[in-house]
Ligand binder design. Structure first.
Ligand SMILES: *Cc1c(COP(=O)(O)O)cnc(C)c1O
Length: 378
């Protein structure tokens, strides 16, 4: 028998209008470097989330890098960063020669724990910036986190790479930091094949990052460089895809929410399974539907992932926390719990968590197949 068709965790899903913008770029020969799509994509995205402006860049990682630089991070500075995240959140700290200090999650949102952040401030009262991640499409608890950061005069770089379309207290993710980062990588809720954006309200500061992203070329006839440059700007073709994708973002959020709710409903009688908690302070975009197995469950995440894999269905463990990564091992970590006696929240979620297929092209029948495989364990 043929293998059943592959079901993906999250894969690109075009809306239909992307080609129109790409065609326009071709027709006007504005394939590269800049052009109307780049400017319009920045304007449209800034308007959508509700900030003044944005710089369209080649990746979310590039946006984090230039965002940190814009906040003044440099050699030897301390930067606090969520531990439970993708490595791209933390790598740019190293690019700048700064020192990451990792902060644990809280159980309520899986995002940065205010209690752990307070502990970190006791030891490091003067970090240069804090990178707060909105994990799996849910906003961190900014009310508490921002108050702490404000009291210590630390700017926040919001890593909203996974959270475009989500809200916190009525405000969109992408507006919750002093600067905020989006990603349009292939697995994100909307994609440009690859790309990112740095968002903020300080036009001069964002303009500076556009300058850095195009090799820091001074306004001279010859190429004059007073500052280090980067080749991080988004191309006009890529921005065209983004403009088309932005048109279907709300549709994608609605579908992702439906997927999450179908899992929630299907597993509600299974004592061993808990879906990722949803805080009532915001509305997640449900980028990935994640679940945890109870600690005493005889079924382990690997059992579920292997059973799905056999049926050509993709799933994945929850992000392995940065403080447990060999590369970042030497850096400090502050736990939400008592580090002498308890495992951290991030490590516990990593050990018990599974990211379930959350692809917006998935049919109800596809999802039922996934649910049946998982149900068969219980
Ligand atoms: C995807 C992602 C990034 C990086 O984005 P790229 O566009 O792939 O560089 C950063 N942070 C988080 C949390 C992500 O999930």
């Amino acid at each position: 028998m043929d293998k059943p068709e592959k079901i993906y965790l999250a894969s690109p899903h075009m809306g239909g209008e992307e080609m129109k913008y790409i065609q326009e770029a071709f027709d006007t020969n504005w394939i590269a470097p800049l052009g109307k799509n780049v400017n319009q994509f920045e304007k449209e995205m800034a308007a959508y989330v509700g900030v003044k402006t944005g710089a369209a860049l080649s990746a979310g990682t590039a946006a984090l890098h230039l965002g940190l630089k814009a906040l003044g991070v440099g050699e030897g500075d301390v930067v606090f960063c969520s531990s439970l995240t993708f490595s791209a959140s933390a790598n740019p700290i190293i690019y700048l020669g700064a020192k990451p200090v990792f902060i644990d999650s809280e159980p309520e949102t899986w995002n940065m724990s205010p209690a752990a952040l307070e502990k970190a401030y006791e030891q490091y009262p003067n970090p240069k910036a804090v990178i707060i991640v909105d994990l799996y499409g849910q906003a961190a608890d900014y009310e508490k986190l921002s108050a702490l950061c404000k009291a210590h005069h630390t700017p926040i770089l919001e890593d909203a790479a996974e959270a475009l379309g989500a809200t916190y207290q009525g405000q969109k993710c992408g507006t919750l930091g002093d600067l905020s980062v989006l990603s349009f990588n292939g697995n994100k809720i909307i994609t440009t094949s690859g790309g990112g954006m740095l968002l903020g309200n300080d036009e001069a500061l964002i303009q500076k990052t556009r300058f850095w992203s195009t090799q820091s070329r001074e306004n001279e006839r010859h190429y004059e460089h007073k500052e280090l440059g980067y080749n991080y700007r988004m191309s006009n073709i890529v921005a065209g895809i983004g403009r088309g994708q932005l048109k279907v973002l709300e549709e994608r959020v609605a579908k992702k929410k439906q997927i999450f709710e179908a899992y929630q409903e299907a597993f509600k009688e299974i004592k061993d399974i808990e879906m990722m908690p949803v805080s009532d302070k915001g509305k997640p975009n449900c980028w990935l539907s994640c679940m945890t197995l109870k600690e005493n469950s005889v079924v382990k995440p690997l059992n579920i992932m292997q059973a799905l894999e056999k049926e050509n269905i993709e799933s994945r463990p929850v992000w392995k926390p940065m403080h447990l990564q060999p590369y970042f091992k030497a850096f400090d970590f502050f736990s939400h719990c008592d580090p002498e006696n308890e495992q951290s929240i991030a490590e516990d979620i990593f050990n018990r968590g599974v990211c379930l297929p959350s692809d917006t092209k998935m049919t109800e029948a596809d999802q039922q197949r996934i649910i049946n495989i998982i149900n068969s364990f219980f």
